[in-house]
Design a protein around this ligand. Sequence first.
Ligand code: ZN
Length: 118
Amino acid sequence: MNVICQYCGNLAIYTDSACIYGRSYGMVYYCKDCNAWVGVHKGTDKPLGILANAELRDWKIKAHASFDPLWKSGKMKRHRAYKWLAEQLGKPRNETHIGMFCVEDCKRVVEVCSGCKI
Ligand SMILES: [Zn+2]
C-alpha cells in the first residue's frame, strides 16, 4: 500500500518498527525526514490512521488520558463513550478514533472531556 506522509507529501516507507523502537512491535509506515510514523492493523499492511510526528503523538497521549477514564471507570460503556465523543466533535462515529485524529481534534477531545461531568 502507498501511504503518503501528510507533513511533507513524500511516500512513507513500509518497514519494521524495530528501526524506530529498537525492537519490533510489527510493521509501520515511516517518514524519516519528519520522524513520523503509524502502525498497521495486525496481519495487514493497512495503516491504523495517519502518520504522527512528535507533536501529534504527544497530543494523542493527552487525548487518550482525558477520554479513556470516561469508559475505563465504568461510568460509561466504551461504545457509548465513543458515541458521545463523536457528538461532541461533530464527527461521524466511524471517524471517531483518536488514532485518526489530527492535533486540533486531539485538543478538542481534551477540552470536551475536561468539561464532561458524567
Ligand atoms: Zn514526511
